[in-house]
Design a protein around this ligand. Structure first.
Ligand code: ZN
Length: 478
């Protein structure tokens, strides 16, 4: 069935009461709570915006390259409905032909905008279209060209350059994510420029920690060249991490990030860890060895964090590159990463046995397995001083996902073992919309507690501020 062809106003989707409770009493409380936090600055402690944007402050090229091509939330949906990724301008690994005409890419997206009904992507995009670009008509085939022309014109203006948007978004601090092999030149340039925007890096060592990461062995050689340590020996390899972590801290890093397939940790005697390392670099590791090695490295990273203070984030449970055809043709991060069942209780035990009681260590846990919230994650975070719960992530970074997160974790872990919101995004214009969504959903949840007389409204105001701002700042030491 084709969607309605009428041109409609965007406004119902950017409504002042969006995401608030339907009944008026609760809604009024939610409004009051939200009014108290609406203008708080954005703390974005984890994400994937490109440091180059802030360093070079060049205009974003066009609507397709701003909204469609970098956003796997968008192109995976279009792909699922039969649109070839080539038609959306996604670069092929073999350099083969893909669409380069931005307007044609935009039209293909606009014609299918109805596919996003009910998704958070729709919410974020409408928010950006209405509040950032002042668009009033809903995006559709009929309005595609109007959108394209209007957004293109805006992008040419100084107030739509990355730094101006950063300031307009009221971002207090944003973290990017870089590999240990990154020279952080863009972070250096940002600092050298004298611009006051606070952009920090985060240490994401997967390329030199995961034996199954593409190019792992060459990455280790490069790791050695950069650090002048012999990264083919176990002590040299660990020293290289220490040195690189210190370098990242010079560029503001307060955290590390670990995107492992599972939450498996290990705490081997050092002689066994060394033997495993040598097996890994010899290329003799079985998949089980690789899994143990990644797990051992989480414990090594926790040990280093106790020395240098970096907060650990563990992002497990994504089965990466599920679609081998898309992976071969377009590479990684192409919308084919699928959540899988994840164990925490047994998997984290070696790390927790060693460091779980350290109040000076912070390990922030994320999940793509919602069944673990009330069964495993909230009980763990509600006990171990070293553990905190990260917000609803990725597939659950949605109004319903956030609501489920609060409902399934609050009664066991409370609010103060969580760390506020992070947007985890590559899609720069969606940042205010994503934070605003989290603030609204949290205010709706708190309003419900208030009207049921489980929380005083004065307390709810305090919690709302913490969830929007304070918890993220403190958990990530920003
Ligand atoms: Zn991330």
């Amino acid at each position: 069935m084709q969607p309605s062809r009428a041109i409609s106003l965007i406004s119902p989707l950017a409504h002042v009461d969006r995401l608030f409770p339907a009944d008026l009493t609760t809604r009024m409380v939610a409004r009051r709570l939200y009014d108290g936090i609406r203008t708080l600055p954005i703390v974005s402690p984890h994400g994937h915006t490109d440091a180059r944007w802030y360093a070079e402050n060049a205009p974003f090229p066009d609507p397709a390259r701003l909204f469609v091509i970098p956003d796997h939330y968008i192109f995976r949906m279009l792909y699922s409905q039969g649109v070839p990724l080539e038609d959306l301008g996604i670069p092929r690994k073999d350099g083969g032909p893909v669409e380069t005409d931005a307007r044609r890419i935009w039209r293909r997206f606009a014609e299918r905008y109805y596919l996003f009904r009910g998704t958070p992507t729709r919410l974020w995009l409408d928010d950006a279209f209405a509040n950032l670009f002042g668009l009033e008509l809903r995006l559709s085939a009929q309005t595609a060209d109007h959108y394209f022309d209007h957004i293109s014109e805006c992008l040419g203006k100084p107030e739509f350059r990355p730094r101006a948007l950063f300031e307009r978004f009221n971002i207090e601090v944003i973290a990017t994510t870089e590999s240990p092999l990154d020279d952080l030149r863009h972070h250096r340039a940002i600092r050298a420029s004298g611009w006051s925007g606070r952009v920090v890096t985060a240490y994401r060592p997967d390329p030199v920690v995961d034996p199954e990461f593409a190019g792992f062995r060459e990455n280790l050689d490069r790791f050695g060249e950069i650090t002048n340590y012999d990264t083919l020996t176990w002590p040299g390899y660990l020293d290289a991490h220490r040195q690189r972590r210190a370098y990242f801290r010079e560029f503001g890093a307060t955290s590390t990030d670990h995107g492992h397939p599972s939450a498996r940790t290990a705490d081997l005697p050092q002689a066994d860890a060394e033997r495993l390392f040598l097996k890994v670099i010899a290329g003799d590791a079985t998949p089980e060895d690789a899994e143990t090695f990644r797990g051992q490295m989480l414990t090594e990273m926790a040990r280093m964090s106790l020395d240098d203070g970096l907060v650990m984030q563990i992002h497990p449970g994504s089965l990466r590159n599920h679609n081998p055809t898309v992976h071969a043709r377009f590479g990684r991060d192409m919308g084919a990463d699928i959540p899988t069942r994840t164990d925490y209780v047994h998997a984290l035990k070696p790390l927790l046995d060693r460091f779980g009681n350290e109040a000076k260590l912070t390990v922030i846990l994320f999940t793509l397995d919602e069944t673990s919230y009330s069964r495993e994650l909230a009980p763990l975070a509600g006990h171990y001083p070293a553990l905190r719960l990260g917000p609803a992530w990725w597939f659950y970074d949605s109004p319903e996902g956030m609501r489920r997160f609060r409902e399934l974790t609050t009664e066991t872990a409370g609010f103060y073992n969580t760390v506020g919101f992070n947007d985890d995004t590559r899609a720069f214009p969606s940042i205010p919309a994503r934070h605003d969504t989290a603030r609204r959903v949290d205010c709706a949840y708190l309003a419900d507690l208030v009207v049921k007389h489980r929380l005083g409204e004065d307390e709810a105001h305090e919690v709302a501020r913490e969830l929007a701002h304070g918890l993220a700042k403190r958990a990530y030491k920003l």
